[in-house]
Design a binder for this molecule. Sequence first.
Ligand code: HEM
Length: 467
Amino acid sequence: MPTPTPAAPGSLPFLGHAHRLARDPLPFITSLRRHGDVVRIRIGPTPAYVVTDPALTRRVLVTDAARFAKGGKIIDALSVFFGDGLATVADGDTHLRNRRLMQPMFNKAHIATRGSAMIDQVRTMVGSWREGEHRDVCADMNDITLAAFLVALFGTDLPAHLRAEFTSLMPAIMKGTIRRTILPSWINRLPLPANRAHAERVAQLRALIDQAIDHRGRQEPDRASGTVDAPDRPAGCPHVAGAQDEAGLFTTLLTAEAGLSRRQLQDEAITLLTGAIETTGTTLAWTLYELTRHPEIERRLRAELAAVCGDRPLRQEDLDRLPYARQVLREAVRKYGPAWMVTRTAICDIDLGGHRIPRGADVVWSPYLHQHDPEYFPEPSTFDPDRWGPDRVQATRGSFYAFGDGRRKCIGESFAWIELQIILATVLQRWPNFRLASRPPRPQAVVTVKPDVMTMTYRSIVSSPES
Ligand code: HEM
């Protein structure tokens, strides 16, 4: 006999739990654990099943993944603009083929070939901030993440005007995209000025991506057209032989034998750009905020960095020698999500831990919820990088789903860790002193968990603890 699935309290007629998800989503989603390992909620008229036990989430993502298809309202809203990009394309042959094609772009050794170019880019941007000025941390972190990602993706010789256009377009694209995932789909289809403006911006982004691809094609016409193969390089990795210093990871896709059409290349580039920026940028903003609250953690980080680099700038090969920096970043990812609600659709009636999930139902899993489970993370709202130290890490096993798991696991995880480490280390090296200038931020759950406000000042002089 299936277990009756508990319903979350507080459902209202017509709205269901939509008011809780809109008003206090993070306390609401974490509170569900108290009611059972699978809990039924309603979003308007639609029921959804929230999985609160990490072992059952593993079943949804890995063991029984074939019965829980990628889908749901958020994915539907995104796919209108991202087309068949890797994050939104349905499970099946196209996903499998494109994933295999793109996997080599994001393996650690391949990304390392872009490390120095990313470090140079980040150092230039962080060095351009003026002493003592009030800076919007999220905007800065998103801009730096985007610039480093563009260098990695399209190479160091992407013309400055293209880079500038990407930088001015992406914040509005991200905002418009997020808005679309929140509003009902029929509103998104109306010919409203905001909808038309968003569609135009996405068209501009596609045109920009085209220009970036054409630019690469002009630099290496034979390889970009896919007509000449380079016998000295392993398949799928145009950088390994040491040449092509100015090329980017995207060259892997441009030169793939079973090539993608222009439209598919655009879809993949849009998907990567939107997947890479806000997740990483938000994590960095929260990390800097936690450092302003925990001087002892900042001191340890700076000591580790000084022991590895001394007075010289960071190098790619230093990253593996900064384990405490990795622990601090992992703890920021844990505490702040950054994803808090991800969906799947049951493709048949299925038993999940004794609960009957009907065919077609939305199944919700939440990295944020699992990462705040006190069974695995005692005192979950405490920022404690030592949870990830060698003596305690074992206790967290099986509960950290920040990057998902299984066949739809984040393809950019290795890239994200490298980029996070580069940016954090570079800010610390350039600015011995930074302070929060705004009131303490409150977490806002949109697609990621973002700070509602966060301004900081950066100074070259180390101030005394009293000042
Ligand atoms: C802190 C940084 C990041 C976090 C926490 C994160 C989180 C996630 C999660 C949870 C998923 C799985 C969604 C699902 O199961 O439905 C995912 C998928 C994905 N992510 Fe990330 N991500 C991050 C950075 C990146 C970066 C840097 C890139 C690009 C280089 C990227 C590209 C993607 C793509 C393309 C997918 C779809 C993979 C597929 O379905 O095969 N992400 N990410």
